[in-house]
Design a binder for this molecule. Structure first.
Ligand SMILES: [Zn+2]
Length: 103
């Protein structure tokens, strides 16, 4: 069984308690920026996401636990979670991801 570390509960919990919630670090344009956006740009913001082969920053939801969202670096090839972190934290650098893999 795949275990996922929730940074809020600070526990490893079974994957069945979690739900994938999309790509992390997607910044919604403010109202002024939205007013200037073309339909094509708005469509791109709403629907187009990266499809990375390798380490991907993702948003996860501890739906059957603390009910909090958090971010994770997950390898899309191996399905291995390298690290999880709170939504308020910055995306880890490549160096931080590399160090976490060696832990
Ligand atoms: Zn939790």
């Amino acid at each position: 069984m795949l275990l996922i570390h929730c940074p809020h509960c600070n526990e490893e919990r079974p994957e069945l308690e979690f739900a994938y919630a999309g790509e992390a670090h997607i910044v919604r344009p403010n109202e002024a920026e939205q007013a200037e956006m073309s339909d094509a740009d708005w469509s791109k913001f709403m629907f187009i996401r990266d499809n990375i082969r390798g380490d991907h920053a993702e948003r996860w939801w501890h739906a059957h636990g603390c009910n909090m969202f958090f971010n994770a670096i997950r390898n899309t090839v191996t399905d291995k979670f390298t690290m999880t972190y709170k939504v308020c934290q910055k995306r880890p650098t490549e160096h931080q991801i590399k160090v976490a893999k060696n832990d």
